[in-house]
Design a protein around this ligand. Sequence first.
Ligand SMILES: CO[C@H](O)c1c[n+]2c([nH]1)[C@H](O)[C@@H](O)[C@H](O)[C@H]2CO
Length: 449
Amino acid sequence: MSRPSFRFPDGFHWGAATSAYQIEGSPLADGAGPSIWQRFAHTPGMMANGDTGDVACDHYRRYREDVQLMKALGLHGYRFSINWARVLPEGTGRVNPKGLDFYSRLVDELLEHGIAPNATLFHWDLPAALDDRGGWLNRDIAHWFAEYAEVMFKALDDRVPRWSTLNEPWVVTDGGYLHGALAPGHRSKYEAPLAAHNLMRASGAGIQAYRAHGRHEIGVVFNIEPKYPHSDRAEDVAATRRAHAYMNQQFADPALLGSYPPELKEIFGDAWPDFPADDFKLTKQKVDFVGINYYTRAVVKHDPNQYPLQATPVRQPNRTYTETGWEVFEQGLTDTLTWFKQRYGDIPLYITENGSAFYDPPVVENGVLDDPLRTSYLRKHLGALHKAIAAGVNLKGYYAWSLLDNLEWSLGFSKRFGLYHVDFATQQRTPKATAKLYAQVIASNGSVL
Ligand SMILES: CO[C@H](O)c1c[n+]2c([nH]1)[C@H](O)[C@@H](O)[C@H](O)[C@H]2CO
């Protein structure tokens, strides 16, 4: 039987992704202001092993070397994020020219090597000065974000063809405002809905600013984790519906439909405000694309003790799980993409993150570190993409998470997602076998799978 052809559509965009606080280091260099992650990481007890982004992958200084790694992969594009506080140390007002200059140099280096920059304006590292003014709990942040976005568009839109306003607003609110595991470390069911809503108001304001100044494409990036009921019992089905609305619709609905799913009032009760109808004229803006970050699925059962969803994930027997506790379930990627098209229409989509953290024995042969579990994950998920494309999903590209092993937020450096291994003591980068496979996939537009 002939091997299935996994050739992707002509012009399919292949990239890799990172984010500022996870790789740059030098968080306060050259006039940068502190972010909430700078503060969170330096708060005792918040970070595994006391790890911080003070050095990380030292990308702020080594970016030219890292662009060479991207070139070696044959990347078409590179998705990175901008540290808002490098550019606007107080979050608004005064621009720091040296901070802006770093991103201008990075963009020029990418373009010089034929790699398209894909810039995310906000990947969790809010300027601390704005957090001091209420941060995502202050409705004024929609204007603060639009001001920052306009600074970036005016400076870089001549060279940046693709922008995203936010990366994963769900993680910001669930981790940063409801459960407190991420910066700014709040734990309030009353704050989480306010932060969620203001994130989407800010994203809408950023898109409006782009329509006034930008000439290319802008979108927003959501994490989507498909939810499957543990049983066909009504309580499990209802719990699955709540979990799906909470993670997968809470942010895409206001952005693309101009409304919230009714489950959110059911979940948050008196903590869910009646937001002004006019707000949805701001949250709902025409986007040029949506980025979807996919890693895994969840099998959900009813749990009256779990807050606030009354739902909990069920570990599946005889399945492979990554170091971050995520089941390898590539069918969920196909299901996610077909669901998204069915609910929101034929919007151009990118997979803006997909990857896996596995422990790799530090065995390097012929300059390559073998990582069979990560390689298998990549093969399976690219195959799942091909199924979605065959089903009619308008998928334009894929960004592997991540270019480099990096700071996995409060989990520190222990969870390694990189195509390149990083020795954080020496900053040596070493390609993994998955990097070699990905380079072949890019060169053959998927045919080698
Ligand atoms: C809950 O999973 C999310 O989709 C997700 C996974 N990830 C992310 N979001 C973030 O965007 C990255 O900064 C993380 O490093 C990466 C790996 O954990």
